[in-house]
Structures are given as structure tokens and as C-alpha cells.
Design a protein around this ligand. Structure first.
Ligand SMILES: [Zn+2]
Length: 429
């Protein structure tokens, strides 16, 4: 199939509908792909998905045949990055430059973030759930997305400033509860600032030298419950940074919508998360990158051995979670050391596959499960009638191996067609 023909046919969706027949279709939620599927869409949304020809009333007048028949292509939803810090450049490995970056003005950080964000569409990433920053970069991007005159960019939503306790971990993305008279006031202030959801820093991060989370949980179950209840009053979801089983327990008992990271999670906690429909965003990449760049970071053999153990335990938990039916949601923690925006998400998906998930399970975690669980304001991440027609079309089937998502592909986004090649740099794009 001639690339130019695919490009022009799919682009012409402004005043007419496009009708495709594809060899393989992944809808984002089903436990198997569909073969030889018919797909009708316009610039905004999918109108028909099915095994048989679409009804005439959904087609352009007098159209009898698909515009394109692509037996060797796979069609899948655009990817959702469920955990990224848009204000940080994760691909930057120079520690001095990273520190200097944090000192840039909010305006400058926003300018750099916007450029990075717009490029993600070419990789097939159509939505980003920002996980917080203290300078309002994520919120500004979320507002920009909602504005009328914007260039093609992924959907973005953001919690704005995350919530932590005074003097505890997370000050680079958070503001303390102690600035407010009550937990409810704190949540209300975030909502008034424009937060799309509420981010809690429920624990510290991992102490790699000790191979554990060594400080006590930052928030109690009661505090989390109160924050979650306040968020619900405003119709907002809550997501909690939580590693170490004590802090994870508090997040679960507090009733958050999703546990982020969740290193050292116990099997009984996974079962509780399944029963209570709490999503899990395991974020393998940031720890994997600590291992890959151990020499640069000056980690000794003890730390390296700790990192390997942590990852091995996380892999076992992921497999267990998949087996028992926890809602697993892919997010890379892009912005963290070594985790580039864009390509970091593909790294995460590959690690999930390497851990033992099937490519289809991995794709569902980065599309349909995410869109079903995270209550985004728009409908994307699934190939179903009524969902936005933002999708990937590729002759390199990701069902063979996830790394095929790195290969050249078409990304259809609001009636535009982006062709991406496989040359992505270390800073993501
Ligand atoms: Zn994070």
C-alpha cells in the first residue's frame, strides 16, 4: 500500500466520512483483537465498527466500497500517558542541568513543555494525565488544550500543585496541607486553581540505598479519606503517590481512585484494589533507569542489587495483578530521571511486556482501561462508536511485540494524518 494514498485518503475527513477495512483491530478493552473489521469515522469520532459492511446511512452518499482495504495493517487507539510531569525534561541525564532546569521561570518551563507536548502526537500519544508541578505548567497546558485556537496537541489534564505535608517528600511538585486551615480547604484551593483531579503524596519515595521505603507514611488513612471525600464533593478523582506497603494500605483504605507507583505492594492489597476498583499505575521506568544509569548516578553494588530486587518484586506483582483482575494503567512517570516524554511511555510498555503481560494486555492498559477508569473529560482511548477518531494505523503489528510501536506508523488525529518514523532521540523526540 502506497503511503501517500493512505495519507491523502485519511486526511480527507473534513466534509466526508472515511471507511476503512483493516486486517486487525484492537479496540482497547476486548480480550482479543478483531479480524477484517470495517471502520467508519469522520474528523471527530468513530461512527461504526463491525465485521460486516456498515449501514448506508453512516456512509457518504453512493459509497459501496471502503476507501481503503488494509489487510496487513493494525488499527489501535491512540495511547494515553497516565503519569507524566510535563514541566520536567526526563531525558536530560546531566544532574547539574536538571537542577538548573528546576530553577527556570514558570513561563520558560511552560514554553519548553508545550513544544515537547505537541510532539507527542507523532508518537501516537493522544492524551496525558499530568501528575503535578508547583509552577502551574500542567494546568496551563490543560487550559491551553481546552482553548479554541490551539495547534494539534494531546489532551492534557492536571492536578496542578500536588498535596503533601510540610517538610516531607515531594516539595518540587507539591504544596503542604499546613498552608490551610483544613484538609477540605486545601482541596478546595486546588479545585479553584483549576485542578482536573487531586494528587496526593501519600508516602516518601524509595530509599535505594536501603532498598525500601524507610520513612513512615506521609498521610494516614483518615487524612486520605478526608481529602478523597473533599475531592468527591467537587466531582474530582484522587490519585496517590504511594510506595511501601504501609503507605499503600493508607491510600487503599482512604479510597483513592488510583495508586501511583505502588512499589512493595502486597498480594492482599492487590486483591483489595481489584475489589474496590482502584487502578494501579506501576511506573517501572524510573526505577529501571536508575539501574541503567547506575554508574552515572554513582550507585554501588549494594544499590544495584537493591534496584534489581525491587524490580523483580514489582514484576511479580504486575503478573499477579493481571491474573486476579486489577485495573492496570500504563504511565511512565516521564520527567523523572532518565524518563523522556514520549519514548518513556514506550519503554514502560516494553517493561510490562517483558514482565509477562501479553502485548494485548499491555495495549489495553495504555488505552481502554485508562480511559474507563480515569474519568477524562473527553472520550478517547477506545475504538468504539462515539469515541474520538484519534488512532494509530501501522503495518508493524504491536501484537507481535510492543517495540513495533517504535516503528513508522500513521497517527490520525482530528482529521490530520501524522507519519512518524522510527528515529527518536534520547530526549524522547
Ligand atoms: Zn510522578
Amino acid at each position: 500500500m502506497d503511503n501517500r494514498r493512505i495519507n491523502t485518503t485519511l486526511r480527507a475527513t473534513d466534509n466526508r466520512r472515511a471507511w476503512l477495512r483493516v486486517g486487525t483491530l484492537i479496540d482497547g478493552t476486548s480480550s482479543k483483537p478483531f479480524r477484517n473489521a470495517h471502520v467508519v469515522f469522520d474528523k471527530n469520532e468513530f461512527l461504526f465498527i463491525g465485521e460486516n459492511s456498515p449501514p448506508a446511512n453512516l456512509l457518504n452518499p453512493n459509497q459501496r466500497e471502503p476507501d481503503l482495504d488494509l489487510p496487513d495493517f493494525t488499527l489501535l487507539p491512540g495511547l494515553i500517558e497516565a503519569h507524566a510531569h510535563l514541566f520536567l525534561e526526563g531525558g536530560e541525564l546531566n544532574l547539574e542541568k536538571r537542577a538548573a532546569h528546576l530553577k527556570k521561570s514558570p513561563e520558560e518551563l511552560l514554553k519548553l513543555s508545550k513544544v515537547r507536548l505537541e510532539k507527542l502526537v507523532r508518537l501516537g500519544i493522544i492524551a496525558v494525565r499530568d501528575a503535578g508541578d508547583k509552577d502551574g505548567v500542567g494546568l496551563a497546558l490543560s487550559k491551553l488544550y481546552s482553548s479554541a485556537n490551539r495547534s494539534p496537541m494531546p489532551y492534557v489534564d492536571s492536578p496542578g500543585v500536588a498535596i503533601n505535608h510540610q517538610g516531607r517528600y515531594g516539595s518540587f511538585i507539591s504544596g503542604p496541607i499546613e498552608n490551610f486551615a483544613s484538609l477540605k480547604d486545601c482541596v478546595e484551593a486546588r479545585v479553584k486553581a483549576g485542578a482536573d483531579r487531586i494528587k496526593l503524596i501519600a508516602t516518601s519515595s524509595i530509599n535505594f540505598e536501603k532498598g525500601a521505603v524507610t520513612s513512615k507514611p506521609q498521610m494516614t488513612a483518615e487524612e486520605i479519606h478526608e481529602l478523597v471525600s473533599a475531592a468527591k464533593l467537587f466531582g474530582k478523582q484522587t490519585f496517590a503517590h504511594a510506595s511501601g506497603d504501609a503507605g499503600i494500605e493508607n491510600a487503599i483504605e482512604g479510597g483513592v481512585d488510583s495508586v501511583e507507583h505502588g512499589f512493595f505492594i502486597r498480594d492482599d492489597q492487590l486483591a483489595k484494589m481489584r475489589d474496590r476498583q482502584i487502578g494501579w499505575v506501576p511506573t517501572f521506568v524510573p526505577v529501571q533507569k536508575q539501574l541503567e544509569h547506575a554508574k552515572l548516578l554513582g550507585w554501588n553494588s549494594q544499590v544495584i542489587s537493591n534496584l534489581k530486587k525491587i524490580l523483580a518484586q514489582h514484576i511479580a506483582s504486575l503478573v499477579k495483578a493481571q491474573k486476579i483482575g486489577v485495573q492496570i494503567i500504563a504511565g511512565s512517570d516521564a520527567g523523572a530521571f532518565g524518563v523522556a516524554h514520549g519514548i518513556g511511555l514506550i519503554d514502560e510498555l516494553e517493561l510490562m511486556e517483558r514482565a509477562g503481560l501479553s502485548p494485548l494486555a499491555v495495549i489495553n492498559s495504555v488505552t481502554g482501561t485508562s480511559s474507563n477508569r480515569l474519568a477524562f473529560k473527553e472520550k478517547f482511548g477506545q475504538i468504539k462508536s462515539g469515541f474520538q477518531s484519534r488512532f494509530i494505523l501501522t503495518s508493524h503489528s504491536p501484537l507481535e511485540k510492543i517495540s513495533n510501536l517504535r516503528m513508522e506508523k500513521f497517527v490520525i488525529f482530528d482529521g490530520e494524518v501524522f507519519e512518524s518514523d522510527e528515529h527518536f532521540g534520547s530526549t524522547g523526540l
